[in-house]
Design a protein around this ligand. Structure first.
Ligand code: RIB
Length: 328
């Protein structure tokens, strides 16, 4: 290149051995980039003493008004309602969504993340269950998490899981239950939802009762759950109270109890967690801890829009309530 000509973006691309789009992604910290690529481009920029065209950068940084959403399910009543409410609030603000159903598959989630990051989304709301994915460490992209701890830069919106666990366990003890069990996800899942189990353990200890939790994998199938719950009934025929960490599991436990000769609530009290609209249609009898799903969606969108506008935000914990059915 003529040493007197002002270096252009294509000169950087040629020297670094990458495309012009890749150079632009590196300079704007957009897209999924390996450290090797970032280093090659930055070395070329320094060697050529290249300074990006400001107008081009402003054009490139223009908003797309697209928000990515990654959740583990689109057929779970809680996530269904949450995703629909998030889309509703984003639509009111003029945003469209790119919805990704990760099905708790880390490879699929990582692939979705790469796709989203190259689609120039303006922000991301995630409630999936996979941990430690590289793409979430993106320095520039505004991200808000629901029920999931990512890192100190990503605010989390959740219900008051601890208070929910206290309410549920107190209810079972008040019902006269003394052989109470809890069902929840894996112990190593870094999520505020672990607080449901911690509250259960705390209240049981305060009442001098043993606290036993049956843990389920995040990728547990229906058959896996039946097997684990059958084991609970086989190993503990004395069970008289169960606090399930979500309503789908609570509903399955109600169905399985009959197989083991237990009538709900006469012989066995069951309380769930979520309180989604669909569940209340299908299991109106279920006593459960109701998450403020509409409010979780609204606050998650508010936090994301604030982050898109470079405003500082904090994590938010929202109060829960108990929905009285007949199962506890
Ligand atoms: O039912 C799905 C569960 O996964 C909900 O309790 C929600 O909080 C998430 O943890």
């Amino acid at each position: 290149m003529n040493n007197h000509r002002v270096p252009k973006l294509e000169d950087v691309a040629k020297l670094a051995g990458v495309s012009k789009a890749t150079v632009s992604h590196v300079l704007n910290r957009r897209g999924y980039l390996s450290q090797k690529t970032i280093t090659k481009v930055e070395n070329a920029v320094r060697q050529l003493n290249y300074h990006p065209n400001t107008v081009a950068r402003q054009l490139y940084k223009q908003k797309t008004n697209i928000i990515g959403m990654i959740f583990p399910s689109v057929d779970n009543p809680f996530f269904c309602q949450l995703e629909a409410e998030i889309e509703h609030y984003l639509d009111k603000e003029g945003y469209r969504v790119l919805m990704c159903n990760s099905k708790n598959d880390p490879e699929k989630e990582e692939r979705y993340l790469k796709n989203l990051l190259t689609h120039q989304i303006d922000g991301l709301i995630i409630g999936s269950h996979n941990q430690h994915l590289q793409g979430y460490q993106h320095r520039e992209l505004p991200i808000v998490a629901i029920d999931k701890n990512i890192n100190e830069n990503v605010p989390v919106v959740s219900s008051d899981n601890y208070q929910g666990g206290v309410l549920a366990t107190h209810r079972l003890i008040a019902d006269g239950c003394r052989h109470i069990f809890h069902t929840n996800g894996p112990l190593d899942f870094d999520s505020p939802t672990q607080e449901r189990r911690r509250a259960f353990e705390q209240v049981m200890a305060e009442n001098n009762l043993p606290a036993i939790t049956y843990h389920l994998s995040l990728t547990a199938t229906f058959e896996d759950k039946v097997s684990v719950f059958n084991q609970l009934f086989i190993e503990h025929p004395e069970v008289d109270g169960i606090f399930a960490a979500n309503d789908m599991d609570a509903s399955l436990l109600i169905s399985l109890a009959k197989k083991f000769g237990k009538q709900v609530p006469e012989d066995l009290k069951i309380i769930g967690y979520d309180g989604a609209n669909t569940t209340r249609f299908l299991r109106p009898e279920l006593t459960t801890i109701k998450q403020p799903i509409d409010q979780i969606a609204k606050v998650a969108v508010q936090l994301l829009l604030a982050r898109i506008d470079h405003c500082p935000v904090q994590s938010v914990v929202l109060p829960v309530s108990i929905v009285n059915g007949t199962t506890a």
